[in-house]
Design a binder for this molecule. Structure first.
Ligand SMILES: *Cc1c(COP(=O)(O)O)cnc(C)c1O
Length: 392
């Protein structure tokens, strides 16, 4: 492995920088899985996660990455042959849709240009056209990490209601939670999907679903084979069943500590910080691109994500060289373009345990890399970010 001095700035949109407090919390001996200490910790974590999701719905914790929570949401509510409506937001709506199809669910996928958020009108129309209610769920990605677009959850809820359609509303908040306001109950979401390694700042490996009464009730008659994911057998009288086996004790230590940090900062405070940093990143990109060569992928200002920025680049720019130089020389890790944006974009993650100097260091390093690689850009991007942050 290449020696790299200083801290690694893991500016990828997951996994993200893990705070020392969280690492230390995780570096403790495990507890008895059926003992009173783990029970108390676990009850508290399940309860406090509701605050993060802004819900009173039941929360389920999986020793799995986000894909696991996707499968949990699908397998607990749907049956083979059911149809789901999936508005395209980028690579992540695409992958979730393909997962549904692999489980025997039909996906009605509504393609987009990957540069705009979900259009609630086309959701409403598709649901109105579905006269015999074949569509059992609408699957929405709140912030699609590939496109760095955040779509409007209440607007999609309104579209479902306007069509007077009974479909469940499931929202992937893996990249939006903590970085962006999210209110599961107020916004009428039936199932929330989340994971621990993005805004939640915990070592990868844990994901969550929150499911309201409607979703859990419908789930009782779903015939999708499932065992590990099963909401009906988790959260019973025996704590062991909450995890379908041994609980991931050390990860739960990490989640406890990360939530304590979030509550100290407050959810509003964390969201405001993410927004401030995102605005600064975009100010830098605007300057770099003023001579051509770079452009924000998300076209609409208010749809630009708080936690990640996808930057489209000219074809002649070798994005692999940019990545390698930033990583090896500056110890800054950037995100690659995903799906159809592969090779045509790079991404700056600014979610989780990130502050102003980390963002400025990242932008300054990228700008230095542009010069070293002879990539045409307008100078002064980092300066624009400094000025943006100085405005507060
Ligand atoms: C990261 C991400 C996922 C996938 O999560 P994994 O933990 O890698 O399985 C899904 N959806 C969104 C929006 C993401 O950002």
């Amino acid at each position: 492995m290449t020696f790299r001095a200083g801290w690694n700035f893991l500016m990828t949109p997951g996994p993200t920088n893990i705070p020392e407090r969280v690492l230390r919390a995780m570096a403790r001996p495990a507890l008895e899985y059926a003992g009173p200490d783990f029970l108390e910790l676990s009850v508290g974590v399940h309860e406090d996660l509701k605050e993060i999701f802004q819900t009173t719905a039941e929360v389920f914790i999986y020793a799995a990455n986000g894909h696991g929570a996707w499968e949990a949401a699908l397998s607990n509510t749907l049956s083979p042959g059911d149809t789901v409506l999936v508005p395209d937001t980028g690579q992540f709506s695409n992958s979730w849709s393909m997962m549904a199809e692999s489980l025997g669910i039909k996906s009605q996928y509504m393609a987009s240009d990957w540069r705009h958020g979900i259009d609630p009108e086309i959701v409403e129309q598709a649901l109105r056209d579905d006269k015999d209610h074949k569509i059992k769920a609408v699957l929405m990605v709140h912030t699609d990490t590939a496109t760095s677009i955040t779509s409007d959850v209440p607007a999609v809820r309104k579209a479902i209601d306007a069509a007077n359609h009974p479909a469940l509303f499931m929202v992937d908040t893996i990249a939006s939670l903590v970085t962006t306001p999210y209110r599961m109950d107020d916004w009428g979401v039936d199932v929330t999907i989340a994971a621990c390694q993005k805004g939640l700042m915990v070592a990868p490996g844990i994901s969550f679903t929150a499911a309201n009464d409607k979703a859990r009730e419908i789930g009782k008659s779903s015939t999708m084979p499932r065992n590990y994911w099963n909401w009906q057998t988790r959260r019973g009288a025996i704590h062991y069943s909450w995890y379908c086996g041994t609980g991931p004790v050390n990860s739960i230590f990490g989640i406890r500590e990360a939530m304590d940090m979030i509550f100290e900062e407050t959810l509003d405070g964390a969201q405001a910080r993410h927004q401030r940093l995102a605005v600064a990143v975009r100010a830098a990109v605007a300057v770099w691109g003023s001579a051509g060569g770079f452009e924000l992928n998300a076209k609409v200002e208010h749809q630009r994500a708080n936690g990640v920025t996808t930057i489209l680049i000219d074809e002649h720019i070798n994005v692999a060289d940019l990545h390698t130089l930033c990583r090896d020389r500056f110890n800054v890790s950037l995100g690659y373009g995903l799906g159809k944006l592969k090779g045509k974009s790079f991404r700056i993650g600014h979610m989780g345990h990130v502050n102003e100097p980390m963002v400025l260091g990242t932008l300054g390093s990228i700008e230095a890399a542009f010069t070293m690689l002879d990539i045409k850009h307008a100078k002064g991007g980092a300066q624009a970010a400094i000025e943006s942050l100085a405005r507060g």
